[in-house]
Design a protein around this ligand. Structure first.
Ligand SMILES: C[S@@+](CC[C@H](N)C(=O)[O-])C[C@H]1O[C@@H](n2cnc3c(N)ncnc32)[C@H](O)[C@@H]1O
Length: 302
C-alpha cells in the first residue's frame, strides 16, 4: 500500500464538499483524500491536486479518466500561481486540504534516503528534480546553521555538539549515505536511540524540503484563493507546523499577531471550526501508528 490516509473522514468532512464547487487537495500522495473528495463531488465541480513528488504523480494516473480532476505536479507553495494558470480566480475556491509531511511510500522506499532503517544515498528530496540533498546540507552548512536546524526542526538536545561534530567529521570524509549519518549519530546519542535518530533525520528532511517555508507560502495563498465561507483543513505532524497553522487561523499570520481595525477592534480573518485540534481516534491509532502525532485544524474564511 502506498499510504494509509490519516484522519481521512474527519478532514474531508471538514471541507463540507458540495457538488459543483472547486476544491484543492494540496498533498495528493497516494490519493486517499482525493478519492473521497471526488466521490462527494459526484462529477460536478472540480478538484485540483498537488504533489511535488514524481512517484506520487504516477498515482494520479488512476484518476486520469475523471473529468472533475486535475493533477498539478508542483510544490503547493505555488498554489495561487498554479491555480491561476488553470483559470481559477482568487476568492473562488470552496475548500483546501493539506496533509503535510511525507507519505509511508516515501519513508519505506529505501533509495529515497528518508529513513535510518535502510542503507541508501542521503537524498530526502521530495522533488528529486531540484534542490540540495540531505548530504549537501550536512557537507556545506556552517556549524551555526546546522545547530539551528537540529535544534529547531528536530528538538535534538545536544544540537550544538552534534553540529560541531558534523563539521569536523565531514572534513575527514564527507557524508554520503544514510549509513554514514546513522553511524555518526551512534557516537553522539542522547536518550533513546531510535528517538534520537528520528529527530536528526526529521530535522534534515524538513530543511532539505524547506517544509516550514512552503507551509508559510501555502497558507497565504490558501487564504487568497478561498471564497468567503470557504474552508481550510490542515493536518500537521510537527509542533512547529501546528503552531504556524494555529496562529494563522487565529490571526491571519503565522506569528499569531492580532491586527486591529480603525476603531481598535481585533480583526479576525477566519472563523475557527476547531478551537482545539482534532486528533486520531484510538481505533485509527490501532491500525495506523503513523497517525500518532497528527493534528487537524479547520477554519472558515470570513
Ligand atoms: C502525508 S502524504 C499525503 C497522503 C495523502 N493525503 C493520501 O491520502 O494518500 C504527503 C504528500 O505531500 C507531498 N508534499 C509534501 N510537501 C509538499 C509540498 N510542499 N508541495 C507539494 N507536495 C508536497 C509529499 O510528496 C507526499 O506525497
Amino acid at each position: 500500500m502506498y499510504h494509509a490516509s490519516v484522519l481521512l473522514h474527519e478532514s474531508v468532512d471538514a471541507l463540507g464538499v458540495t457538488p459543483g464547487g472547486i476544491y484543492v487537495d494540496a498533498t495528493f500522495g497516494g490519493g486517499g483524500h482525493t478519492r473521497l473528495i471526488l466521490e462527494q463531488l459526484r462529477g460536478k465541480g472540480h478538484l485540483y491536486a498537488f504533489d511535488q513528488d514524481t512517484d506520487a504523480a504516477q498515482n494520479a494516473a488512476e484518476f486520469a479518466h475523471e473529468p472533475a480532476f486535475t493533477f498539478l505536479h508542483s510544490n503547493f507553495r505555488f498554489l495561487k500561481r498554479q491555480l491561476r494558470a488553470e483559470a481559477i480566480r482568487p476568492g473562488s475556491v470552496q475548500g483546501i486540504l493539506a496533509d503535510l509531511g511525507v507519505s509511508s511510500y516515501q519513508l519505506d522506499t529505501a533509495e529515497r534516503g528518508f529513513s535510518y532503517r535502510f542503507q541508501a544515498d542521503l537524498d530526502m528530496r521530495m522533488n528529486r528534480q531540484e534542490g540540495p540533498t540531505a548530504a549537501d546540507v550536512l557537507n556545506t552548512y556552517d556549524a551555526e546553521a546546522l545547530q539551528r536546524m537540529f535544534s529547531e526542526l528536530g528538538e535534538v538536545r545536544n544540537a550544538r555538539t552534534l553540529a560541531q561534530a558534523v563539521v569536523r567529521s565531514r572534513d575527514i570524509r564527507p557524508f554520503q549515505t544514510t549509513g554514514d549519518l546513522t553511524d555518526f549519530c551512534e557516537q553522539h546519542l542522547m536518550g533513546e536511540r531510535m528517538r534520537y535518530l528520528s529527530q536528526v533525520f526529521q530535522a534534515l528532511r524538513m530543511e532539505v524540503n524547506d517544509e516550514l517555508g512552503a507551509l508559510h507560502d501555502f497558507l497565504k495563498d490558501a487564504y487568497e484563493m478561498l471564497a468567503p465561507g470557504g474552508r481550510l483543513a490542515v493536518i500537521t505532524f510537527h509542533s512547529l507546523e501546528d503552531r504556524m497553522v494555529k496562529n494563522f487561523m487565529k490571526a491571519g499570520n503565522v506569528e499569531g499577531e492580532l491586527d486591529k481595525d480603525f476603531y481598535g477592534n481585533i480583526t479576525r480573518p477566519w472563523e475557527l471550526i476547531t478551537k482545539k485540534p482534532i486528533e486520531p481516534s484510538e481505533a485509527e491509532l490501532k491500525v495506523n501508528n503513523r497517525a500518532r502525532s497528527s493534528k487537524l485544524r479547520i477554519a472558515k474564511k470570513k
